[in-house]
Design a protein around this ligand. Sequence first.
Ligand code: SF4
Length: 377
Amino acid sequence: MKKEIKTDYYDNFTCIAGKCSFNCCQEWKIAVDDDTYIKWNHLSLTKQNNDYIDQYVKQKDGTRVIALNEQKQCPFLNEQKLCNLVLNFGDEVLSETCAIFPRQIHEFADRKEYSLLPGCPEVVDLMNQQDKICFTKNLFDLDEDILLQIRTMMITIMQNQHFSISKSVMMIFYILLDIYQNKSVLKKEIDEYKDKAILKELSDTIDNMQFLSLDTFEENNELFLDIAENYRKQELYTSYLEPIAVIAENLSRDYDKRKVIVQLQKFDKQFSSYEKLFRNYLVVEIFSNSLMPESDLESLVVMIQWIAMEYAIMRHSIFLSWLLEEEKLSYTVVRNYIVVISRMMGYDQEDICEYLDKSFENLIWEWGYLALLIGAE
Ligand code: SF4
């Protein structure tokens, strides 16, 4: 039997359905797999007028998805925010996506890994309640697979509170690039990166570097607008995106540098009160998204870049919202932007490579670019 590894709060998740503040049955592509589509071909919502369920399915970007209604919601969602399909036919009729979300399961040759996606507000609440992310099995006890060893090393650095979140991300990427450039790597070389003295040296080197907060701000602003563009055109997540995108556009034209530096400093102070939540978020992202069944070293590096970019855009969105809210930072705002940006950037690996290929000179970044994106705290 395969080993099973879960984040240890995995089994505590329960969907609150009608009581959910940010229902997942709206504003995104809800995939309909082949088996579900065949099943739906024979199911009629009403006996009288041949209202077959498959009429609510369409093709989008090469995928079969549920056609949302004018309010951008799933047509099966009723006024009580409950699913009419479940009410009429039971859970068995749900598509794979609907049945599984927000659970994420990766099946490897020797093990199955389970985690929960932060595109659900209940999951963010669960993450927020953990002092530290733990797993149902000790990751150090897993086999000798090099990629697994690298992932465990990255999680260990991310959980090390001696390093700030930004510094942890920069250190992880530095080590990854070093391993990637050497192409072949031995377990003992990865172990060296767990050495306290080596990590301290790397940390001190980063401390001695100069980071310009306005450069980071401008880069994040541009990336945020780029990621938001398509969603704005399709009028998705409008109430969350539009107000902050307008601010981002204004800032991209011109801004008072001194004023923004002061605002960034004030924001950083308030944002740091969510450090535990974001550390947990990044640990779960590294666990669930850096290593997949088909991964190789290059795809692992690519996914770390994407995770870093998602974090940077999330933080920038929260900063823009903080400006809008007259510099107040509530948990609800933080949670909402974790959910929105996770949903917006929850691409599959192929789409991530396509986006990065299109947007950057090289698929694999230089260390300096990631450092610019993340910036120092
Ligand atoms: S977002 Fe989460 S809690 Fe809300 S309806 Fe979807 S699965 Fe349930």
